[in-house]
Write a protein that binds this ligand. Structure first.
Ligand code: CP3
Length: 322
């Protein structure tokens, strides 16, 4: 349940004036924020408090995360020479605070810890657009007008993700999630040609460590089989595609993760419970299933609805309802 924390009063109180990137750079604070949703909700895993732009920010790409908006880049990447702004990540030097936070968490948690990185396409989209985007026009223009720059860029971003993920795994995370949040904006053809190879490079490199891999994007129903065919162990599904349909598209060789619509948690306990029951039934039919939301927790979510929902999901018994 990424960004579960932002609906919590204890999170808002701790964050206060600091920017999110400053909070990530403070291991004590990042550790405490990671623990908050686990303590409050009793979920079965923790997700590291960090962000997909942390490695790029750490190697000197000027990035800020603006509240209510997302990552913003002062000078967007548009030309071949911009690629030189991406030097290799040296995790012990560039992101020691991430390693420190993970080590602290391993001592404090009694559930698994999930580390993560942004997939090359989604991080590239922020660098090229300069911020969040609806149509990804600059990103798609670069792909289709300057292929060699595009491939060089996503290759460097793949290396950035690999270096970050390997350092997180060495520090002790139990699973990793690769977020290609905005891949759903691409056609199947563009995804397969321009994006899938770089993502596969990341997931295969990380696979060598034996760490479980989860891959997720929003609105990716039409790409699910391609995204599952990148070396991942688990494929995340957003709420637009039912798990029954995802199971048909992906096949039974990958576990599914998902996929309650976060808006239904805002709608209230009963709508969320009813939909969760359907999801649990479909997930049980598929085989491997990790229940979570189809995307992040919305800020207006009532924490008590989530608490009750976690209790319901834990108490659900597939034998009693089939
Ligand atoms: O639950 C957690 O706190 C997990 C840590 C986490 C954050 N970002 C912290 C965060 C994770 C896993 C992410 C991943 C992330 N960041 C993604 C991929 C996941 C997804 O949502 O698809 C993306 C696309 C980003 C980039 C980003 N960072 C966006 C679009 C935003 C939202 C801006 C807003 O305010 O609506 C952020 C900010 C952000 N990152 C927040 C948190 C808790 C919320 C804002 C804040 O507290 O300042």
């Amino acid at each position: 349940m990424r960004q579960a924390g932002r609906s919590l009063p204890e999170y808002r109180a701790m964050r206060r004036s600091e920017s999110i990137l400053e909070a990530v750079r403070n291991p004590e604070l990042a550790c405490e924020i990671t623990l908050q949703p686990v303590r409050r909700y009793g979920v079965d895993a923790a997700i590291l408090f960090s962000d997909i732009v942390v490695p790029a920010a750490a190697i000197g790409v000027g990035i800020e995360i603006v509240a209510g908006r997302g990552p913003v880049i002062g000078e967007p990447f548009r030309r071949a020479k911009d690629i030189n702004r991406l030097r290799p990540l040296e995790p012990e030097v560039d992101t020691p605070y991430v390693i420190e936070t993970i080590k602290m968490l391993k001592g404090a948690l009694d559930v698994p810890l999930i580390g993560f990185a942004g997939a090359p396409f989604t991080v590239a989209s922020y660098l090229i657009e300069g911020g969040p985007s609806r149509n990804f026009t600059h990103t798609k223009a670069l792909m289709h007008t300057d292929e060699s720059t595009w491939f060089a860029l996503v290759d460097r971003l793949a290396d950035l993700a690999i270096a970050s993920l390997v350092s997180q795994i060495e520090a002790g995370v139990d699973a990793i999630q690769l977020f290609d949040s905005w891949a759903g904006s691409l056609s199947r053809r563009d995804y397969a040609y321009f994006v899938q190879p770089a993502t596969t490079k990341v997931l295969e490199a990380v696979g060598g460590t034996g760490c479980a891999r989860i891959h997720f994007g929003v609105g990716t129903g039409e790409l699910l089989d391609l995204m599952a065919d990148t070396g991942t162990d688990v494929i995340g599904v957003d709420w637009r595609t039912s798990l029954a349909e995802a199971s048909t598209r992906v096949g039974t060789h990958r576990a599914l993760q998902g996929n309650l619509d976060p808006a239904l948690v805002v709608a209230g306990y009963e709508p969320a419970r009813q939909e969760s029951e359907r999801i649990l039934r479909e997930g049980a039919k598929h085989g491997g299933h990790i229940f979570n939301l189809g995307h992040g927790v919305l800020p207006e979510t009532d924490p008590d609805v989530l608490t009750r929902l976690v209790e319901y999901i834990h108490s659900w018994d597939p034998r009693a309802t089939q």
